[in-house]
Design a binder for this molecule. Structure first.
Ligand SMILES: [Zn+2]
Length: 386
């Protein structure tokens, strides 16, 4: 009898082990079931626009399972993208407060919290976080990008420049266009002409084709009566950024004021038209020709332009020229009315548009108010523009 009992012992032990395992598995299954049920409830809250209830539920679930950290990071990012920054801040702050987080997980959550603060306009708190993360090799590049973004919003141009200058050569190269604009912003704030020259020269050192720096230097040299250098900048601008050349027309007119410069002035404008400067430059040249008595050449220039690239601006100018020559009568009255109608249409329509996001404007912005790109707002091309 005793032998039989001994024989049954391994079977009893095996059964006990099996039952124990089954109980653990059932417990895990129940926990997972509860977890997925909670997630579904949370998602339902989100879908029915009850975001606060969803956030409370997701935060309470943080203690349940470490695997949910990625989901919480995604949710926080989703809330921030929807503009619900207070909720993303709550999620990320709760994540960071977890003592069981690894250093890597904490850094990722800190990066997200910094982005939340930036989106909410708490720039000093965001700056503090990114300045810490810049020291971490794995996150330094992203933190540097975020710091550059903060300093652009807070207009700390020099701080943004210093971050760019501290980057590796390849990344510096990719940001040279931005860096040149930052120097131009800095120059705009400076009142001392010598300092302005120095800063604009630094902008050109970053980006030798920076049309904004060339335009500002042409203006500055003109104000200093250094006509030769001003002309040099205008020629460089024509080569570097022809779309910006129409902004330099007043400067060109003043730089080439001397009687001996009239032919060179015509040549400059003519070259600019051939390079693709647009209707405004052609109209300025035509006006100059009329002032010099070359009415026929002026008309031919505008007509040629209209055949090649028809624009409302050129059409209106042609009507103005015809009006000056027309004899008084009904035909002149009708032409005058038509010219006024076209003029109103031109005034009503925006002259500039961002090439990046399509933002329309009546004035030239260097920094797009909509998409925050630098130097992407250009004069509109085509029938409504140049
Ligand atoms: Zn834009």
């Amino acid at each position: 009898m005793l032998e039989i009992l001994f024989l049954l012992l391994p079977i009893a032990a095996g059964y006990g082990w099996y039952m124990g395992r089954r109980s653990i598995r059932q417990k895990q299954k129940r926990s997972r079931k509860q977890l997925s049920r909670d997630y579904f409830t949370g998602l339902n809250f989100l879908l029915s626009n009850e975001s606060d209830k969803a956030v409370d539920l997701f935060i309470s679930m943080l203690d349940v399972d470490d695997d949910t950290i990625d989901t919480h990071l995604s949710l926080g990012s989703l809330f921030r993208k929807r503009g619900e920054v207070d909720r993303s801040i709550r999620i990320h702050q709760n994540l960071i407060a977890r003592p069981s987080l690894t250093n890597e997980q904490r850094d990722i959550a800190m990066m997200e919290l910094g982005k939340d603060y930036l989106a909410a306009g708490f720039y000093d708190r965001a700056e503090e976080i990114f300045l810490n993360l810049v020291q971490q090799d794995d996150h330094s590049e992203e933190a540097e990008d975020q710091l550059i973004a903060i300093y652009q919003v807070t207009k700390d141009w020099l701080k943004a420049i210093n971050i760019i200058k501290s980057l590796k050569r390849k990344r510096q190269q990719s940001l040279k266009h931005l860096c040149a604009h930052l120097y131009c912003e800095l120059a705009d704030e400076q009142t001392d002409p010598d300092l302005k020259f120095k800063t604009l020269t630094l902008a050109l050192k970053q980006d030798s084709d920076c049309g904004r720096a060339l335009l500002n230097l042409a203006k500055l040299y003109l104000a200093q009566q250094d006509i030769g250098r001003s002309k040099e900048m205008l020629h460089r601008l024509k080569k570097a950024d022809i779309e910006l050349f129409p902004e330099a027309l007043t400067i060109a007119n003043q730089a080439y004021q001397a009687k001996a410069d009239q032919q060179a002035y015509r040549e400059l404008l003519h070259e600019a038209i051939l390079t693709g400067a647009g209707a405004s430059v052609a109209i300025t040249l035509a006006q100059h020709m009329i002032e010099q008595g070359d009415v026929q050449d002026a008309e031919k220039l505008i007509l040629d332009g209209l055949y090649r690239h028809p624009t409302m601006k050129s059409f209106q100018h042609l009507m103005k020229m015809q009006l000056q020559q027309a004899e008084d009568g009904q035909a002149k009255k009708s032409l005058n009315m038509l010219a006024e109608l076209v003029e109103q249409q031109i005034k009503f329509r925006p002259s500039y548009r961002c090439l990046e996001c399509g933002f329309p404007s009546h004035t030239l912005y260097w920094h797009c108010p909509s998409c925050k790109s630098w130097g992407t707002i250009k004069r509109i091309r085509g029938l409504d523009g140049e």
